[in-house]
Design a protein around this ligand. Structure first.
Ligand code: PMP
Length: 386
C-alpha cells in the first residue's frame, strides 16, 4: 500500500531503529544512577542526545526537557506556565481555534482563574495579526500558536508572532510538532519561550518528545505536572526513556541533511494536487496559505471521505480528517474554524500526508487510484438513483 498518512505518524527510519536497539542493549542502567559506571554511561547518552535536540532548534541544551511526546509537552508548557503565572496575577492565555486538542484542552484546564481567548482563522486557516495585537494590548501571560497545522499544513508567521509577544511582554509557546521534519527552526530568532516537539512526526519513535523551555532572559517559570523523583530538574519526574531519547536525537541527526530536500516533497505534493483538482473538482483546504511541503487537505464535493477510504483500503493509507483525535466521527474543529459547521467543505475533507519515502511512482499511482475511486462513487450514485 501507498502510505500517505505522514502527518499522523511517520515510519521510524532504519538508522534510528539501529540506534534505539543498540541503546536498549548497551545502556540498561537508570540514567539517574550516576554513581556507577553503567548509570553514568546512560546519563552521558541522554546528555549527548539533549545537545543534539537543542542544536536542531538553536536552543541551549539546558533548556530541553525530555517528555513522552507533544501532548505532554503542550500540557506542561500551558498548565505549567499558567500555574506559575497565576501567582503573579497574569491570567490570560491567547490561542487559536485550529490548535491541536492537547493545546486547547490544556488551556481549558489550567486551574481556576485562567481567561482563554481563542483567535479565529480565515477560510485559509490564517490568523489576523492585528487581532492578535489588540488582544496582547489587553495584557496576556501566554500566547500559544502552532507552527504548522496537523490537518491542513497551514503555517503561522512565527517571527511576526514572536515580535508581537516581545513587544507586549507575553510568553510565546509554539507547538512545532508538524513543522520539525520539514523546516529549519530557530527558537531564539523567533522569540519562542516554549516549544513542543514529537519524535514520531519526524521519523523517530512514538512516545518520545521534548519541551524547550527558555531558562535565561527572561527566565520562564514552569510548575511541574508530574512530581516524584525530580528528574529533568524537577520539571518532569519519571525514569528517563534512554533508548527513546537516543532515538529522538537520531531523528534530529537525520533531519539536518533532509531539510535541504524537503522541497522535493512539495514538488510531488503539488503534482498530486494539480491532478486531483483537475480530474475530480477537489478544493484545496488552506491552498492559498503558506503550507508544509508534505500536506494536502482536499474536499471533493459529494464524496464522503469514509466511502473513499473504503474503496481505497489496502491500496492507499490516508486519513479522513485528523487521526490525531482518535476514531471520533466528529467533524474537524480545524475545518469548522475555516468553513463553519455542517458545510460540505468540512464534511468532505480528507488529508494526504507525503513523506521522505514517498516516490514519484507512488504519487502517480495514487492519483490514478483516487480519480478512479471518485468516478466509481459518482457512477454508483447515478446507478442507484436510476
Ligand atoms: N500537536 C500537533 C500539531 C500534532 O499533530 C500532534 C500529533 N497528532 C500532537 C500535538 C500530539 O503529539 P503526540 O502524538 O506526540 O502526543
Amino acid at each position: 500500500t501507498i502510505y500517505l498518512d505522514h502527518n499522523a505518524s511517520t515510519p521510524v527510519d532504519e538508522k534510528v531503529i539501529d540506534k534505539i536497539v543498540a541503546a536498549m542493549r548497551e545502556l540498561p542502567a537508570n540514567p539517574s544512577s550516576v554513581d556507577h559506571r553503567e548509570g553514568a554511561a546512560a546519563s552521558a547518552a541522554v546528555e549527548e542526545a539533549r545537545e543534539r535536540v537543542a542544536k536542531g532548534i538553536n536552543a541551549r541544551s539546558a533548556d530541553i526537557i525530555f517528555v513522552s511526546g507533544a501532548t505532554e509537552a503542550n500540557n506542561l508548557a500551558i498548565i505549567g506556565t499558567m500555574r506559575a503565572q497565576n501567582k503573579t496575577g497574569r491570567t490570560r492565555i491567547v490561542t487559536i481555534a485550529t490548535e491541536h486538542p492537547s493545546v486547547l484542552e490544556a488551556a481549558r484546564n489550567t486551574g481556576a482563574g485562567t481567561e482563554i481567548v481563542v483567535l479565529p482563522v480565515d477560510d485559509q486557516g490564517r490568523i489576523d495579526l492585528n487581532l492578535l495585537e489588540s488582544e496582547l494590548k489587553r495584557g496576556t501571560a501566554l500566547v500559544s500558536s502552532m507552527a504548522a497545522n496537523n490537518e491542513t499544513g497551514v503555517c503561522h508567521p512565527l517571527s511576526a508572532i514572536g515580535r508581537l509577544c516581545e513587544k507586549y511582554g507575553a510568553l510565546f509557546h509554539c507547538d512545532l510538532t508538524q513543522l520539525t521534519a520539514y523546516h529549519p527552526i530557530d527558537v531564539q530568532s523567533c522569540n519562542i519561550h516554549l516549544a513542543s516537539l514529537s519524535g514520531h512526526k519526524m521519523y523517530g519513535p512514538k512516545g518520545t518528545g521534548a519541551l524547550y523551555c527558555r531558562r535565561r532572559r527572561p527566565h520562564v517559570a514552569l510548575e511541574p505536572i508530574l512530581r516524584g523523583g525530580g528528574q529533568e530538574r524537577g520539571l518532569r519526574s519519571g525514569t528517563l526513556n534512554t533508548s527513546g531519547i537516543v532515538g529522538l536525537a537520531a531523528a534530529f541527526e537525520l533531519r539536518e541533511p533532509r531539510l535541504k530536500i524537503a522541497a522535493n516533497i512539495a514538488d510531488l505534493r503539488n503534482a498530486l494536487e494539480r491532478r486531483l483538482v483537475q480530474e475530480t473538482g477537489a478544493f484545496v483546504n488552506g491552498g492559498e496559505a503558506d503550507r508544509l511541503p508534505n500536506t494536502l487537505n482536499l474536499s471533493i464535493p459529494g464524496i464522503e471521505p469514509l466511502a473513499l477510504m473504503r474503496r481505497l483500503s489496502g491500496q492507499i493509507t490516508f486519513s479522513s480528517s485528523s487521526a490525531c483525535s482518535t476514531q471520533s466521527v466528529k467533524d474537524s474543529h480545524v475545518l469548522e474554524a475555516m468553513f463553519g459547521a455542517n458545510t460540505e467543505r468540512t464534511k468532505c475533507a480528507f488529508r494526504l500526508g507525503l513523506g521522505f519515502g514517498t516516490t514519484k511512482d507512488q504519487v502517480e499511482t495514487a492519483a490514478e487510484l483516487f480519480i478512479e475511486a471518485v468516478s466509481g462513487i459518482r457512477q454508483g450514485r447515478v446507478g442507484s438513483a436510476a
